[in-house]
Design a protein around this ligand. Structure first.
Ligand SMILES: N[C@@H](CCC(=O)N[C@@H](CS)C(=O)NCC(=O)O)C(=O)O
Length: 199
C-alpha cells in the first residue's frame, strides 16, 4: 500500500497511528507531499480527485480516502473491530468530534498562515477559535470514559491535540482541562504516537 501524506497533517496522523496500533505500519510505503489548498499537487491528485491527504492506494491500485474511510479500511484489513467499532455510535461520534476539531484547526492555519493578511476574515477566524475552545471543553467534561480505550475516537482526539501543540503552542489548551491533559499525556506515550510526531 502507498500512503500519500505529510506528517504535519492530523488527519494523516490518525491513519498512521491506527496502522501502528494494528500492526500494519510496515505494510505501508509512504510518499511525502507538501499539500497546499491553493494549488494542485500532481501525484496526490492523480490518485484522488480532491487532491487531499491522506490518500491510500491499495496493493490492487485502488485509491481510498478520506482519513475516516482509510481508518475503516485498515481496521477491516486487520480484522480489528475494537479499534473501529462502526456500530458504537458513541465512539463514532467522538471520532466525528475529533475530525471537526481538526477541520477547524487546519482551516484556521490556512486562513492565518497562508492567506494574505489583508484578505483575512476576523469574524471567521474568531468563530474557529471559539469552536475549538468549546469542543475542548466538551471533550474534557463529557468524554473521559470513552477516551480510556484505544479506538478511532481516542486516536482522533490525540491526533487533534498533537496538532494543536504543533501549530498553536501558545494556545494553552490544557488550562482548566486537567482530564483532557492527563489523557493526552498518557496516550501520547504510546509507541504509535511516538512514531508519528508531526514535523
Ligand atoms: N476530511 C479529510 C480532510 C483532509 C484534509 O483536509 N487534508 C489537508 C491536509 S491536513 C489537505 O489535504 N489539504 C489540501 C487541500 O484542502 O487542498 C480527511 O479526513 O482526510
Amino acid at each position: 500500500m502507498l500512503l500519500h501524506h505529510n506528517p504535519a497533517s492530523p488527519f494523516v496522523r490518525m491513519v498512521r497511528v491506527l496502522a501502528h496500533e494494528t500492526g500494519q505500519a510496515d505494510d505501508i510505503e509512504e510518499s511525502v507531499a507538501t499539500i497546499l489548498p491553493i494549488e494542485r499537487h500532481a501525484a496526490t491528485s492523480d490518485a484522488n480527485p480532491l487532491g487531499r491527504i491522506p490518500t491510500l492506494v491499495t496493493d490492487d491500485g485502488e485509491a481510498i480516502f478520506d482519513s475516516r474511510v482509510i481508518c475503516a479500511y485498515l481496521a477491516n484489513r486487520a480484522g480489528n473491530t475494537e479499534i473501529h467499532p462502526s456500530t458504537n455510535f458513541r465512539v463514532m461520534t467522538l471520532f466525528a468530534l475529533a475530525q471537526g476539531l481538526c477541520d477547524s484547526a487546519v482551516n484556521l492555519r490556512y486562513e492565518t498562515g497562508l492567506r494574505p493578511e489583508a484578505l483575512q476574515w476576523d469574524q471567521w477566524i474568531n468563530r474557529q477559535r471559539e469552536r475549538i475552545g468549546i469542543v475542548l471543553d466538551d471533550l474534557n467534561a463529557n468524554w473521559q470514559d470513552d477516551l480510556s480505550a484505544v479506538h478511532v475516537g481516542s486516536i482522533g482526539v490525540a491526533a487533534a491535540l498533537g496538532y494543536l501543540d504543533f501549530r498553536y503552542p501558545d494556545l494553552g489548551w490544557r488550562d482548566g482541562r486537567d482530564g483532557l491533559a492527563a489523557f493526552y499525556e498518557s496516550f501520547s506515550q504510546r509507541p504509535s504516537m511516538q512514531a508519528t510526531v508531526p514535523g
